[in-house]
Ligand binder design. Structure first.
Ligand code: DX5
Ligand code: ZN
Length: 214
């Protein structure tokens, strides 16, 4: 299992040791959650903070934009050196065009769906993306309980991907820990995002390892 720790639960007053821990760890990515107070009812951090983070972090950046009109920021995300740019399906009326533009900028394109958005809405985009991110909590805050129904959605998405020419990876975000991670692994997830489970742990590197072995 690939692991993408979410910086949202890190100590913002002292990020350097948190980033050094990520660099040392077996994490595959660093997940960066951008919120605008409009698409979700919270504001996290923006480009100046991510720029500073990108200079220290040696892991590929997995940027999750919980903002309206995410396509306005493609070149700024590219300038961070991000590997993956995730946009919400619910925020993009012209999703296919946004995916094309993310690819043209040289990044992997991820499409994210909220808990109430059916997997079936991905049928006409799944072959064009590199990743689908299933939200297993309502976006906006770390530390929320896992929505159990998400396991069914992962299983459904796995079946959809396997029945098409899609090469999309399945990423899951929200309420991930060793218990829910095991359920998601069994259902066919490829990447687990974890915020509070990693940064709230006594031994964050061991918490990352406990997901990596799933
Ligand atoms: C929530 C964010 C998540 C968040 C997950 O809107 O997208 O990435 O950091 O936090 P946990 O793992 O604590 O649920
Ligand atoms: Zn996220």
């Amino acid at each position: 299992m690939k692991v993408s720790p979410s910086l949202l639960s890190a100590n913002f007053a002292n990020l350097l040791p948190e980033l050094e821990m990520i660099n040392r760890s077996n994490a595959d990515y660093l997940h960066l959650d951008v919120m605008d107070g409009v698409f979700v009812s919270n504001i996290s951090f923006g480009f100046p903070v991510m720029k500073a983070v990108s200079k220290v972090c040696t892991k590929p950046l997995d940027v999750h934009l919980m903002i309206v009109e995410p396509d306005k920021w493609i070149s700024q995300v590219r300038d961070l050196g991000a590997e993956i740019m995730n946009v919400h399906q619910e925020a993009c009326p012209h999703l296919h065009s946004v995916v094309q533009r993310i690819h043209n900028a040289g990044m992997k394109a991820g499409v994210t769906i909220n808990p109430a958005t059916p997997v079936a809405t991905l049928v006409d985009i799944v072959e064009d993306v590199d990743l689908i991110l299933i939200m297993s909590v309502n976006p906006g805050f770390g530390g929320q309980p896992f929505i159990e129904h998400s396991v069914k959605k992962v299983r459904e998405l796995r079946a959809l991907i396997d029945s098409t020419d899609s090469h999309a990876l399945i990423e899951v975000d929200g309420g991930v820990n060793d218990r829910t991670g095991a359920l998601l692994a069994e259902a066919g997830a490829d990447i687990l995002v974890a915020g509070s489970y990693v940064f709230g742990a006594e031994n964050p590197e061991a918490a990352i390892d406990s997901l990596a072995v799933l």
